[in-house]
Design a protein. Structure first.
Lengths: 279, 348
């Protein structure tokens, strides 16, 4: 099997998680959290194999085109869920993670242009730049999970404010627990992105001509935006529903910026991605 | 068990068949119980028995040589409780064989309770069985019937929604608090008003793990008295406005003629703790809390009508599950009855 086959299997696993979760929601039954966790873990393993094969083929971290960026983001969010879900046991988080992962993996699989070509030698053989890129993408995975907990916060807030507590709302976690986990995810995401920028900056300072200006501007803007959200939350100025909306909008913006930023990059040479697919 | 075999039965009176004044007359006090058990043990033809005695039912489960033994048992019960047999006959509930098993399971699962799905009855049935074991009045048939009934009742409670959702206003409020705070262990709860409904709510919070309770009342003596009984702190009513920001949950149940917590006062309190949610429960009539407070960010305000509506929804959801639960119990009690009939020595 080639790498994309493994990723299709991962997408199928995530879809099964969504279907099982939706059936439970429609029937007003408690989410089969353990089952969904195992299915998502299965999808994660399959996606890991797929990305590993791609990584072997390209001789580094597979971050050479939009398809790979989306896959890496979904993989990061899922990896984090597998840790967070086990620790915090947030009801419905597995369902929402399955939903996000199935969308990210399927959309990127379904758009052939995103994986038609990929840049080779995109990091110029510099492991620190590769590390910088992997950290940045992992922080996007954290922000993806943060967007999910923010959506859950808004739903729980809506249910409490409008006194609609039956049906699917029954299974949402407590609003204070959602706030706590969101703040932790925001802290982790901002820390990872900051570390990523520090690592990147150490290289850029020495080789300014290699800097992709659009990419740098977008990344720094996102970092500043998330950093501001973090700072304002710490100061008690941004919280609750407003913070949730900010986290959702920022992640949407970060995701939407992936394709144009990736297209504008001038590092590395283009090559057909199929030549890298490895059984 | 065949037609000529011993009869499995339940005899008694419940809130479905007997009004309160009759149930009072039928109730066996702890002092009367041993004497009644001795009387049953000496009853000719009664092989096994267990007595379930709660405020809503007096039921005697047993195995008798023949059905006529039940008439003797009825007479013994009426004599013991000083009740006319004819009067009792009109109140009597009597089920035999598979229907007796069905009834025991149904009672254990909370389907026969006044508050459908309530959990307390399960413990009461277990206690009745344990007591019967202590006096050695249960034999192989009742052992099996009770144990299987417990299993079936647990299955029904797990696989249907008859026990889901709280139905008392105080417990609905506590359930809501858990949807806001998760664990209540570190939630700071303030009770304003030392009346009965507030006390019930405070006890419900305490029973669900709230450790930090404070009581305030317009009459400080009442606040101190209630605080002592709840192992809580008392707060002078005059300090309430200044201390609002110190609490996560505020239960208001005073008899004050107007609101005691204004929107601006709560807004000021929230400014000191903007990111922390505040749950306001207004159990008073007229209302104690300005309804405008519900519009504040991170403030969740519920009044008596809101809680009553949720309670009614939960009750309706439980009732909607009864049919499903009854089907499960019928299937399991029929299966148990068939297996009892197949027991060695019971071949017809």
């Amino acid at each position: 099997m080639i790498d994309r086959h493994w990723i299709w299997i991962a997408a199928a696993c995530y879809l099964v998680g969504v279907v099982i979760g939706t059936i439970a929601l429609v029937r007003h039954r408690k989410q089969p959290a353990a089952t969904i966790y195992v299915i998502v873990a299965g999808g994660f393993v399959s996606q890991t194999v797929g990305l590993y094969l791609r990584g072997l083929a390209v001789g580094g971290c597979p971050l050479g085109n939009t398809f790979e960026l989306f896959q890496f983001t979904a993989w990061s969010a899922t990896a984090l869920y597998l840790v967070v879900g086990l620790t915090f046991r947030l009801s419905l988080l597995g369902y929402f993670t399955s939903l996000l992962s199935v969308v990210l993996t399927t959309v990127s699989l379904a758009i052939p242009a995103w994986d038609a070509t990929r840049r080779v030698n995109v990091f110029g053989g510099n492991v620190w730049i590769e590390f910088h890129a992997a950290l940045a993408l992992f922080s996007y995975g954290v922000f993806a999970l943060l967007a999910l907990t923010s959506i859950m916060f808004l739903l729980r807030n809506y249910s409490l404010k409008h006194k609609r507590l039956s049906g699917a709302f029954t299974f949402l976690p407590a609003i204070r627990d959602l706030d706590h986990i969101s703040v932790r995810l925001l802290t982790v995401g901002v820390s990872l992105l900051s570390a990523s920028l520090l690592v990147g900056a150490a290289h850029w300072i020495r080789a300014l001509d290699t800097v992709d200006l659009p990419k740098l501007l977008v990344t720094v803007t996102i970092w500043i935006a998330y950093g501001a959200a973090f700072f304002l939350r710490r100061r008690g100025k941004l919280y609750g529903t407003k913070l949730s909306w900010v986290c959702i909008v920022l992640f949407g913006a970060a995701l939407l910026s992936v394709y144009p930023v990736d297209s504008s990059r001038h590092g590395g040479d283009e090559a057909p991605a199929s030549s890298f697919s490895q059984p | 068990m065949s037609a000529s075999d011993p009869t499995l039965f339940v005899v008694g009176a419940t809130h479905h068949t007997a009004p309160l004044e009759w149930r009072e007359r039928l109730a066996l006090t702890p002092e009367k119980m041993p004497e009644f058990q001795s009387r049953l043990a000496a009853l000719p033809g009664l092989q096994e028995f267990a007595v379930l005695n709660t405020c809503n039912r007096l039921e005697i489960y047993g195995v008798a040589d023949e059905e006529s033994t039940l008439d003797t048992l009825r007479t013994a019960l009426c004599e013991h409780q000083d009740i006319e047999v004819d009067a009792f006959r009109s109140l009597e509930m009597r089920e035999l064989d598979a229907k007796a098993i069905y009834h025991l399971t149904s009672v254990s699962a909370g389907l026969e309770s006044q508050l459908i799905g309530e959990n307390e009855i399960f413990g009461q049935v277990k206690d009745a069985y344990a007591e019967a074991q202590d006096v050695r009045s249960v034999g192989p048939v009742l052992h099996k019937v009770f144990q299987k009934a417990f299993q079936a009742a647990k299955h029904v409670r797990t696989h249907t929604a008859i026990a889901e959702g709280q139905v008392s206003v105080a417990n609905v409020a506590v359930d809501l608090a858990t949807t806001i705070f998760g664990s209540l262990a570190d939630a700071r709860v303030l009770l304003a008003g030392a009346g009965e409904i507030g006390e019930q709510a405070a006890k419900a919070f305490r029973s669900r793990g709230a450790n930090d309770l404070t009581v305030t009342s317009r009459t400080m003596e009442k606040a101190m008295s209630l605080a002592a009984s709840l192992d809580a702190r008392a707060l002078p009513f005059e300090k309430l406005g200044r201390r609002l920001a110190d609490f996560d949950i505020i239960v208001c149940a005073t008899a004050a003629p107007g609101s005691i917590l204004s929107g601006p006062a709560l807004a000021t309190a929230m400014a000191r703790r903007p990111a922390a949610p505040l749950f306001l429960i207004d159990l008073a009539l007229p209302r104690d809390i300005d309804p405008a407070a519900g519009d504040l960010d991170n403030v969740y305000l519920y009044n008596l009508d809101d809680l009553a509506r949720i309670s009614e929804e939960n009750r309706a959801a439980r009732v909607a599950e009864i049919e499903k639960a009854r089907d499960m119990i019928t299937e399991k009690s029929t299966y148990l009855w068939e297996s009892l009939k197949r027991r060695p020595g019971n071949e017809s």
